[in-house]
Design a protein around this ligand. Structure first.
Ligand code: ZN
Length: 424
């Protein structure tokens, strides 16, 4: 463990610490940004006498953060800023997350904990493939690796053949990436007759996209590595809010830095442990842009608040199932792309790329195409079976179109799983 005392703190102590830090965060907002303080309901710090009392405060949304572009929610003067990261969506202003020096230290600490939870030590060689730019991934891994004292290779995204070359020649033991990037590496490796088992690679730390358990199993089998699911986003201060440990029984959230709640995505009402809903995050130690009850849009549930096999006491949440804004509503059915992915990837004859295209026909009826890449030969009987499973498990009456591997366009960056033309 990186910080045993913090990571194994008894539950009641941990909650006392969280409560004290909620109070400090409210004070900090009140002292530095009166408009923001008003926006969160002008709470008196001493009125939050329990963690449940926090539920009386309003929820912050991504729209609120966009509306505050660029520094409307900042709680430190710009002269104290050390750097920023940015996330942009398809519409509207981007969200800018400024960092003070203390925020960078907090980030590094969280990231070092994540590396250690994934079994990474200073003797490892870490290949960092997320971007060193406005998105937060590359720098997050960089700060964590520096604090850990490991040798790291800051290659950034793309240049797949160089990635394989350096992985082999520099003896990389750990690779960090957005979750679908390993698929590109696997494809390139096949073409180049590159065998991951001939390298020293043993750990993959992936995140930033929804990746199903089935996709995970495939990546692990193809690359011969153990993978870890890292969480965190630009708004909350970047990647590293939590990760799964070697027990792989949910993702720990570093609760001395982050307080998480699960709410009903429709009503915003709090949900009990075990119930699936939207993840809401309050930052407890961030200065430049602290957040009170921020709706992340990620769909998950609290798995357990009990001590994990690994000894850590910080709660565990489930792997993200989807985002509230990528839930597909088609002919009255609600489902997430990850549900389709799980179903498809159980079949060996299916490759790992697929695309869902939603549209209207000439009569205005909703239509859905499901384009699925084959991995070599896919027997008609198996195609029929997939068709039937889509109906049996999801209720979806759609005939998949099976196409040759490589047919679906490979974007730079995150995979495009859904194209919805109904909105245009
Ligand atoms: Zn654990």
């Amino acid at each position: 463990m990186w910080q045993r005392d913090c990571e194994t703190m008894e539950r009641d102590q941990l909650e006392q610490l969280q409560l004290a830090r909620v109070g400090e965060t409210i004070h900090h907002i009140q002292a530095h940004n009166s408009a923001y303080y008003k926006k969160v309901g002008s709470p008196r710090a001493d009125s939050i006498s329990s963690l449940d009392a926090l539920q009386a405060l309003p929820l912050l949304t991504k729209t609120d953060l966009r509306a505050a572009y660029p520094f409307g929610l900042a709680c430190a003067p710009q002269s104290e800023f050390a750097r920023m990261q940015m996330s942009s969506g398809t519409t509207g202003n981007p969200v800018i997350c400024p960092y003070t020096r203390a925020d960078i230290s907090q980030w590094a600490e969280c990231m070092a904990r994540c590396f250690v939870a994934a079994g990474v030590t200073r003797d490892d060689v870490i290949q960092i493939t997320p971007s060193f730019g406005l998105p937060n991934g590359g720098f997050g891994f960089h700060y964590g690796a520096e604090l850990l004292g490991a040798f790291y290779v800051p290659i950034g995204p793309g240049r797949t053949l160089l990635q394989l070359q350096l992985m082999r020649d520099l003896g990389a033991t750990v690779i960090t990436a957005i979750a679908t990037y390993p698929l590109r590496l696997i494809e390139a490796a096949r073409e180049e007759h590159f065998d991951f088992r001939q390298t020293k690679l043993r750990v993959g730390i992936f995140g930033s996209e929804i990746w199903s358990d089935q996709l995970r199993a495939r990546i692990q089998a193809e690359m011969g590595i153990e993978t870890f699911d890292i969480i965190g986003m630009t708004e909350t201060g970047g990647v590293g809010m939590g990760i799964d440990c070697a027990a792989h029984q949910g993702n720990h959230v570093w609760e001395d830095h982050y307080l998480v709640e699960i709410v009903d995505p429709k009503t915003g009402a709090p949900l009990p442990d075990g119930h699936e809903g939207e993840l809401v995050v309050t930052t407890l130690t961030r200065q430049a842009m602290p957040l009170l009850r921020f709706r992340t849009g990620d769909v998950t549930r609290v798995i357990s608040r009990a001590r994990c096999e690994c000894g850590r006491t910080h709660l565990r949440i489930d792997r993200f199932k989807g985002r509230t804004d990528d839930m597909i509503i088609y002919k009255g059915l609600n489902f997430y792309p990850s549900q389709i992915e799980q179903l498809l990837l159980r079949h060996d004859g299916v490759a790992h790329d697929y695309q869902i295209v939603l549209d209207h026909d000439a009569q205005g009826n909703e239509t859905m195409e499901l384009v699925v890449e084959r991995a070599g030969f896919l027997a008609p009987l198996e195609q029929e079976r997939i068709h039937r499973e889509l109906y049996d498990y999801i209720g979806l009456s759609v005939t998949p179109q099976f196409v040759a591997a490589g047919t679906i366009a490979r974007p730079v960056g995150k995979a495009v799983r859904v194209i919805d033309r109904r909105k245009t």
